[in-house]
Design a protein around this ligand. Structure first.
Ligand code: FPP
Length: 233
């Protein structure tokens, strides 16, 4: 069974300020939670894991916080690529790259090429990501190539392909959001068409491999019908 899990890692700031500390502390501890979860995931049967690290809306945060998030991300790429490779994890970064620093883009490319070929799991990290932007770009590309005639039979497939021109993305099976909020925040709108949704009040820096295992158990107990009715017997 193949399984694509996506996680909206929310609650870093509240976790830190709730302890009288700065939001940045929460992001640092959040990066440690990323390591824990990425280590746990392949053994839970997850073969694609997509993490929402920085949404396009996050640019409106204070410059110092944005800067720290990118530094943490760059450090993660530099430090973790070897271990990812060793564990058979292929890393891919999804989202826009045209607004990232050349240094970060270079670090992304290095980590992607170092881990290419990992067979146990694909780790997709979403940076400067907006699902609406990805959809609009896909529509523009398909329209430019072949037109968008309504009777075109392969329009949906062509759009799906155009959205994942940088590498395939299976539909999301399970979407987890930590931090207590219950919304999608412009994340994987297309890919989550039939995703099971799981919202937990736990703040991201507290999230563990065991929490992920519990989420998978809950997912396994759900009855996925994909819009069909269940046949008796
Ligand atoms: C949401 O918490 C979290 C983020 C916007 C950033 C996620 C980043 C990390 C977990 C660390 C770095 C990532 C990697 C891949 C190493 P929030 O700040 O919105 O929390 P709040 O809702 O409590 O304010």
């Amino acid at each position: 069974m193949s399984m694509h899990v996506a996680i909206i890692m929310d609650g870093n700031g509240r976790w830190a300020t709730g302890q009288g500390r700065r939001r940045e502390w929460g992001h640092r501890r959040g990066a440690e939670a990323v390591r824990r979860v990425v280590r746990a995931a392949p053994d839970l049967g997850i073969d694609a894991l997509t993490l929402y690290a920085f949404s396009s809306d996050n640019w409106s945060r204070p410059a110092a916080e944005v800067g720290l998030l990118f530094r943490l991300f760059e450090r993660y790429l530099g430090r973790e690529a070897a271990e990812l490779k060793e564990n058979g994890v292929a890393l891919r970064v999804v989202g826009r790259r045209d607004r990232l620093s050349p240094q970060l883009v270079a670090a992304i490319e290095r980590a992607e090429s170092e881990t290419r070929g990992g067979q146990r799991m694909t780790l997709r990290v979403a940076v400067d990501y907006s699902s609406r932007h990805a959809l609009l770009e896909a529509v523009r590309n398909v329209a430019a190539q072949h037109g968008l005639a309504a009777d075109r039979p392969d329009l949906s497939a062509a759009l799906g392909r155009a959205m994942h021109a940088g590498g395939p993305s299976p539909d999301v099976d399970l979407l987890i959001r930590t931090g207590g909020e219950k919304r999608l925040s412009d994340f994987l709108l297309w890919e989550c068409a039939y995703a099971e949704l799981l919202f937990t009040p736990k703040m991201w820096p507290d999230y563990t491999g065991e929490d992920l295992a519990a989420a998978i158990r809950e997912y396994a107990s759900r009855d996925r019908r994909f819009g069909k009715v269940k046949l008796a017997g």
